[in-house]
Design a protein around this ligand. Structure first.
Ligand SMILES: NC(=O)c1ccc[n+]([C@@H]2O[C@H](COP(=O)([O-])OP(=O)(O)OC[C@H]3O[C@@H](n4cnc5c(N)ncnc54)[C@H](OP(=O)(O)O)[C@@H]3O)[C@@H](O)[C@H]2O)c1
Length: 326
């Protein structure tokens, strides 16, 4: 089978599509013929050796996919060959096939296409956990989403609206902000050409925002925290900008603000029942067409390395889906 392979940690351009042996289904596993796999920022970090998880080399990046079960291993009785499924894996999704623990596969709803199924899990689960369990976002509150046109950003906009918040989306270009509006943002700020703090003061009559969803880091985190209201919460989701900000703690004291970490993957492993409830909530929202994963491009496996480079270079909007069979 064909797979995108990382043979050594380093520049994304070193990734190659190679012929590798097809996986077989070990006990408790299924092999899935991958129809679609979505890119996420951690994939770009992982192949460069910059992510907290460093798989043994060689490996294929890619954390989420959808497809059709091709083989089942010993002891698997709740999934059968031919089932349409979606799954999250530590890595290995950017390939034609993947062997995965059968307990990790989720039936793909009949009305969900493969591209949507591939693009749903990681980002929407992260943003639902962040806004509901960590920020405890309440109806009527104001939510600021940074890096709002990216994968977790669009999910945060849609879920924030469903939770009854007023959502302000911040991103770096007019095209990116247009996508945020299409997905429900009430207000938008171009934080490259506009002053973030000043615009937030204007949009909230100087009251400030209640919750900041921050997958970006860099210089915007402190400006956003300074623009929060009494009791404001800053969600530390990621550092796509590369810099981990050092925030003066007096900002927390002054308005009883909270700086709250979000690590969805670890939380989901520790709280499988709550994660299952979140998954059911997301599928219910999808059925009612209240969430719509923002698949902006569908590309062949041969284009995946270049797309990861564009992601690391801030040149993408929404979710890029790779179709290994294309
Ligand atoms: N904590 C968790 O559980 C968890 C789970 C999933 C993902 N994450 C993290 O969340 C972050 C976003 O992931 P994602 O998959 O949504 O990524 P994405 O789709 O690439 O979105 C990231 C956004 O960050 C902004 N950005 C600002 N400076 C950037 C730079 N120098 N390079 C690249 N992007 C830059 C970009 O928007 P603008 O150009 O508009 O600024 C971009 O849209 C990553 O750091 C990821 O590791 C965390």
């Amino acid at each position: 089978m064909k797979a995108l392979v990382c043979n050594e940690y380093g520049p994304i351009e070193n990734l190659k599509v190679e012929d590798v042996p097809s996986p077989s289904a070990g006990p408790g596993q299924v092999v899935v013929s991958i129809q679609a796999a979505a890119l996420n920022f951690p994939d770009a970090l992982m192949v460069q050796g910059l992510y907290q998880v460093k798989p043994a080399l060689p490996f294929s990046p890619g954390a989420e996919f959808s497809g059709v079960v091709k083989a089942i291993g010993e002891g698997v009785d709740h999934v059968k060959v031919g089932d349409r499924v979606m799954a999250l894996v530590p890595h290995g999704a950017l390939a034609e096939e993947c062997a995965v623990d059968a307990r990790a596969v989720i039936p793909l709803p009949e009305d969900m296409d493969f591209a949507t199924g591939a693009a749903l899990l990681l980002t929407y689960c992260t943003s639902l956990h962040a806004l509901k369990d960590i920020a405890k976002l309440a109806a009527g509150e104001t939510l600021l989403v940074l890096g709002a046109s990216g994968g977790v950003g669009i999910a945060a906009i849609e879920i924030g609206k469903l939770m009854g918040a007023r959502v302000i989306a911040a991103a770096s270009s007019a095209e990116k902000l247009a996508l945020c509006r299409e997905h429900g943002a009430d207000e938008t700020i171009d934080y490259v050409s506009e002053d973030l703090r000043g615009r937030l003061d204007a949009l909230t009559d100087k009251r400030g925002v209640d919750v900041v969803y921050d997958p970006v880091g860099g210089t915007h985190s402190e400006a956003a925290l300074r623009a929060t209201a009494w009791g404001g919460r800053l969600l530390v989701v990621g550092f796509a900008a590369g810099d981990i900000p050092r925030i003066p703690l007096n900002l927390a004291l002054l308005k009883e603000r909270a700086i709250l970490g979000v690590y969805w993957g670890d939380w989901a492993r520790r709280n499988p029942k709550d994660q299952q409830a979140h998954l059911l909530q997301l599928l219910a929202w999808f059925r009612k067409q209240q969430i719509a994963p923002p698949v902006t491009e569908q590309i062949p496996l041969a284009g995946a390395a270049a797309a990861l480079q564009r992601m690391a270079g801030r040149q993408l909007r929404g979710k890029i889906v790779v179709l290994p069979g294309a």
